[in-house]
Ligand binder design. Structure first.
Ligand SMILES: [Zn+2]
Length: 75
């Protein structure tokens, strides 16, 4: 288990690994569904360095049901 950089829950699981062993792993938070790769900069991978503006409160995940609509194609 890993700590989610976005919601700080400890529910992130390894969901994929690089074809070349040891190059990277991909993780997904089972609470807020944030997904990241171990090879990304520490501003993404480290919960303490993740941009505070983009942090979310884990308690609010269940009430965040609004998903923005995909706009119509222009052509
Ligand atoms: Zn999360």
């Amino acid at each position: 288990m890993h700590t989610c950089p976005r919601c700080d829950s400890k529910k992130a699981e390894t969901v994929s690994k690089s074809p070349v062993e040891g190059a990277w792993e991909a993780y997904q938070c089972q609470h807020c569904f944030f997904t990241w790769r171990s090879s990304e900069p520490d501003t993404i991978t480290n919960p303490e360095k993740y941009n505070p503006s983009f942090k979310i409160d884990p308690a609010e995940v269940e009430t965040a049901v609004q998903v923005p609509a995909v706009p119509k194609r222009k052509n």
